[in-house]
Design a protein around this ligand. Structure first.
Ligand SMILES: [Zn+2]
Ligand SMILES: [Zn+2]
Length: 64
């Protein structure tokens, strides 16, 4: 009998959501449960994830 509980290695102890990658889990805790934001050092805009901030810099500041 197989189960799929091994799919997620990291579980949020607050809301019990599962995450396959540790950095996604850590980001989830910071953003959802600690209200943290990632701020652009160039224009000061805040983003909920590092990926959003990265995309913003690429798009709006033409950085790679
Ligand atoms: Zn959570
Ligand atoms: Zn910016």
């Amino acid at each position: 009998m197989k189960d799929h509980t091994g799919q997620y290695k990291h579980y949020c102890t607050t809301c019990m959501r599962g995450f396959a990658r540790k950095y996604v889990y850590e980001e989830h805790v910071m953003v959802v449960h600690e209200g943290r934001r990632f701020y652009c050092d160039l224009c000061g805009r805040g983003f909920t994830t590092k990926a959003n901030l990265h995309n913003h810099k690429k798009r709006d500041h033409e950085m790679n």
